[in-house]
Design a protein around this ligand. Structure first.
Ligand code: AHG
Ligand code: MN
Ligand code: MN
Length: 341
């Protein structure tokens, strides 16, 4: 039996108590996100039994096939938070433009950016998927938020988190005061504190995580980095193991807990990589940095990048500091001629 049983609500209130000027607004947002996570978890758990898997027949702004669970998760988060009175605007991977707060509801001083369902391609085959969220403060003048409130660099986030629908459903979040993990007990519908103050192990496990199917389109430096991690360049380093789930939330949750290096590099087809800066790379970068790791786009700190558009992409190297440092060094070196695959 743990020393004490702490629900996410209790944890948020305890965290809030540390800030005398805290208004409770932020706690209310996190509470509503936890509620949305429970509702999405329930649908993910029964996907396959009800008509919730499969395609909607539509495509999103990225030209990607939209799955029914993508739409369900998008709607659940929007409807769980549109009336909370603490948000001035939202933005979702599944919506081309910003999502205004309905006129009949009060607005507040926070901004929510989210990837409602991450790893959609894995839904129909029962592989772990997730939800990612990022919270900023309002910066625009008017009462109702605008795109300006959404296009903020990652270092200005006041909170970031994800829900991972895996062998158990976990919610992991940080407000810059530690990274905390809660496991959903479905029998009582509560997220219970199971991983207080998550720190990435140093040295982290020697695990690298990348879609090697893209190798033919990588730069020579990227090819050289992977050969180095595999111990194929005659270096003295012990080789790494490869692990790739194809759901960013799952791959990064493993990286957070075990250490390692997750990459989604740029390539000739996707010169800015595939992952979206605002609601995938930035929130994960805040979490990993807070747990002692690092996140770059190959040269720049992810959290320093000022976004120009809502759905802009960024290459991503994230994980144990020593491995991200290694990637940064190898990617910066000139390579003579082509690197054999
Ligand atoms: P989403 O389902 O939100 O579009 O995200 C999918 C992303 C991310 O979860 C994962 O790391 C990446 O796509 C996998 O892409 P590849 O299939 O190209 O490897
Ligand atoms: Mn995603
Ligand atoms: Mn998604």
């Amino acid at each position: 039996m743990p020393e004490s049983i702490v629900t996410i609500e209790r944890h948020i209130i305890d965290q809030e108590r540390q800030f005398p000027d805290a208004t409770g607004a932020f706690s209310s947002i996190l509470y509503d996100l936890a509620l949305a996570g429970k509702l999405i978890s329930r649908e993910v758990r029964k996907a396959g039994l009800v008509d919730i898997i499969g395609k909607t027949g539509g495509t999103n702004v990225h030209g990607e096939t939209v799955k029914k669970l993508d739409v369900f998760a998008h709607d659940v988060i929007y409807k769980a938070l549109d009336h909370c009175g603490h948000l001035c605007v939202m933005a979702s991977e599944e919506a081309e433009d910003v999502l205004p707060i309905p006129d009949q509801f009060h607005t507040g001083n926070y901004v929510l950016l989210y990837d409602p369902l991450d790893g959609s391609s894995n839904i129909d085959v029962n592989v772990t998927v997730g939800t990612i969220f990022s919270i900023h403060r309002k910066v625009s003048e008017g009462e109702r938020g605008t795109i300006e409130d959404c296009l903020q660099p990652g270092f200005r986030q006041i909170a970031a988190g994800y829900v991972v629908y895996g062998s158990s459903t976990m919610l992991v979040y940080t407000t810059g005061h530690g990274v905390h993990g809660f496991t959903l007990d479905p029998s009582i519908g509560e997220f219970l504190l199971s991983h207080p103050n998550i720190r990435m192990p140093e040295p982290g496990k020697r695990i690298y995580s990348v879609n090697e199917g893209n190798e033919g389109r990588w730069s020579n430096q990227q090819k050289r980095l992977i050969r180095h991690l595999k111990g194929l360049d005659g270096g003295k380093t012990k080789s790494f193991s490869g692990r790739y789930i194809g759901s960013m939330v799952a791959d990064i949750h493993r990286t957070l807990m075990y250490g390692g290096l997750f990459m989604y590099p740029a390539d000739r087809k996707s010169p800015r990589g595939k992952l979206r800066l605002l609601y995938e790379c930035s929130p994960m970068a805040m979490i990993v940095n807070e747990a002692g790791g690092r996140a770059i786009d190959g040269t720049r700190d992810i959290l320093s990048i000022s976004p120009e558009s809502l759905h802009e992409r960024s290459p991503l190297y994230i994980g144990s500091k020593e491995y991200v440092d290694l990637a940064e060094r190898i990617l910066s070196e000139e390579v003579d001629g082509d690197v054999a695959a």
